[in-house]
Design a binder for this molecule. Sequence first.
Ligand SMILES: CC(=O)SCCNC(=O)CCNC(=O)[C@H](O)C(C)(C)COP(=O)(O)OP(=O)(O)OC[C@H]1O[C@@H](n2cnc3c(N)ncnc32)[C@H](O)[C@@H]1OP(=O)(O)O
Ligand SMILES: N[C@@H](CCO)C(=O)O
Length: 367
Amino acid sequence: MKDKIKVIHDLFKDENNYQKFLLEDEFIFESGDKLKNITVAYETYGKLNEDGTNAIIVCHALTGDAHASSFNNPDGRDGWWDGIIGEDKALDPKKYFIVCSNFLGSCYGTSGPASINNSTNQKFNLSFPKVTVRDMVHLQKYLIDYLGIQKIKTVIGGSLGGMQALEWALLYPELVESIIPIACGAKHSAWAIGLNEIQRKAIMDDPHWNNGNYYSQPLNGLATARMLAMMTYRTNMNFENRFGRSVKEIIEKKPFYEVESYLHYQGKKLVARFDANAYLYITHAMDSHDIGKDRNGVVNALNSIIAITLVIGIDTDILYPTNEQKEIAENVANGRYHEIKSVYGHDAFLIEFEQMNPAIKNFLESL
Ligand SMILES: CC(=O)SCCNC(=O)CCNC(=O)[C@H](O)C(C)(C)COP(=O)(O)OP(=O)(O)OC[C@H]1O[C@@H](n2cnc3c(N)ncnc32)[C@H](O)[C@@H]1OP(=O)(O)O
Ligand SMILES: N[C@@H](CCO)C(=O)O
């Protein structure tokens, strides 16, 4: 497999310092579309053991990136899972070879709609092939082969990361010893698809979006999408405790509440770091998530999972409620369920490290 992959990370390390490789092979998408020269951005922490069996694959969520940890570079920017990746933490680079790559369709170094199409010298925009969760996993497999990994100890991720973990267990059962899907379901629900569609509509209704061919981002649409999404990532109780009815300032004789100010801030923060077309592609990929598709339904697919499975749910998650995680744990051959109690809701998998560390550590040690 190494012969097929031209490594370019020494040539093109970008400002985020991701390692990169270029897949010269034609990548075939689930849609049947084909694309050559796909770039993958990734990071690794720790060392692969001699027989190549101590690898852990970390899969990120909607707006995450390959920088899961600052382990290699403690003075650099924080990693989004520094709370569980590190010495003596659940994912310990002294024991495991931890790999995190930016998934297909995103905008943090791996090819997606914001990448330049070499044959036109223009951004792909909507001409980039449609992406599914299965496509993301198939592309990650090239990286795993390139790195010389023979067996994957676990695949772990929250939200869209958890969807990838499930697909890993189904697409490459011979390779995956265990999975830890967190805060996700076996398929994307009507509720989650509906919420994604409102976010996409906000982006596409922004005149700057221009059918995906924008010169500058559809800032208002993407910000509104993030504002709505934030309401689904947190909880009523969290906002009540945090903001209540506090007023930030009075604008034109009307109160501008702290919660409004917070949501506007979160919208602006995302548009400064994310691409609107990538947001559309990734939310569509999430909506494509249905492990039962072409596998005789969800229960059948779950029954066929042989990887030992720890499913983690969050008691206050309104986006992927705990019945979805329990369904997974109850139907796989060897499933366990652990529940995080949190005021934060869905985003708890990025916050509640004191609860996640022992649960994940105990599970890995029991394998
Ligand atoms: C390449 C990359 O950068 S990828 C970035 C990594 N991101 C990811 O991986 C996505 C996953 N991460 C996340 O979703 C988030 O970072 C989380 C869930 C971990 C934490 O969320 P945060 O937004 O950091 O926390 P929180 O909800 O407390 O918001 C804090 C921010 O809101 C601001 N804020 C709080 N209250 C208010 C208010 N009333 N009005 C305005 N701003 C406010 C704070 O000043 C703070 O600003 P800062 O982010 O510039 O420091
Ligand atoms: N808040 C996270 C989780 C979404 O599921 C993100 O922005 O990626």
